[in-house]
Design a protein around this ligand. Structure first.
Ligand SMILES: [Fe+2]
Length: 232
């Protein structure tokens, strides 16, 4: 388990060249992420890093400029930062499904994240908006604002796809990970949630040659969860 900035940054080496300097997120966010690591939220950090790297690839595939690609990746790292405030509730949870009132609470995390980043003056309004809307669905059935289509910030549409994929292919203490093919099939069933053009680009990313380092990262993360559950 990594416990400090060096170790945290070290994990970015899975795509250091295209990722570049992540200093722009701001030291407060790094500190917050480190704190979360200390609190055994390793799963949350691994998830953030996975979403960040998938988002970077998808933004690049969609031919956005380098600056924007990097910003979406940075948003990927901190997209669930609102969960830190409810971390014991969420990440400390090892089994079972969420009850209705818990789901309601969980649904506040994009807003909590947005408020936290605003309070700490991290990122600009566009950056924070990506995080605020990362659970909006393309058909308007998402949250917190039920906005749909092009009204959803581009970065949020990218994060939405990468977030769902990252969750599906990740081992959880309460369920096994889906393999790439099954994860994509499940996402096709729910394609109304995604920007179709972005989803098609994501399919190219996931089945492309450049995905191997991310696949390896997923395997590494999953083997840690496996070890944990075996120990219990
Ligand atoms: Fe989220």
């Amino acid at each position: 388990m990594f416990r400090g900035r060096r170790e945290l940054l070290g994990l970015f080496s899975i795509d250091e060249r295209s990722f570049g300097d992540i200093g722009d997120i701001g030291p407060e966010a790094i500190e917050e992420i480190e704190k979360a690591a200390m609190e055994d939220s390793e799963e949350a950090i691994d998830h953030g890093i996975l979403v960040a790297n998938l988002a970077l690839r998808l933004a690049q595939e969609l031919k956005f400029d380098e600056d924007f690609c990097k910003r979406v990746a940075e948003a990927g790292i901190v997209h669930d930062i609102g969960k830190l405030q409810i971390s014991n509730f969420l990440y400390g949870r090892k089994e079972g499904v969420l009850r209705i009132e818990e789901i309601k609470y969980v649904r506040r995390h994009p807003t909590l994240g947005y408020e936290y980043l605003s309070e700490k003056n991290i990122g600009d309004e566009d950056f924070r908006d990506m995080i605020l809307h990362h659970h909006e669905n393309f058909d308007g059935s998402g949250y917190p604002d039920n906005i749909k289509g092009d009204l959803i910030p581009i970065g949020s549409r990218i994060l939405r796809i990468c977030d769902v994929y990252a969750a599906l292919v990740s081992e959880r203490p309460y369920r096994a990970a889906f393999d790439k093919e099954n994860a994509m099939e499940l996402m096709i069933d729910e394609v109304k949630n995604f920007d179709m053009n972005y989803f098609l680009a994501f399919m190219r990313v996931v089945h492309g040659d450049g995905i191997k380092d991310i696949d390896d990262y997923i395997k590494r993360c999953n083997s840690k969860v496996h070890v944990k559950s075996k120990r219990r």
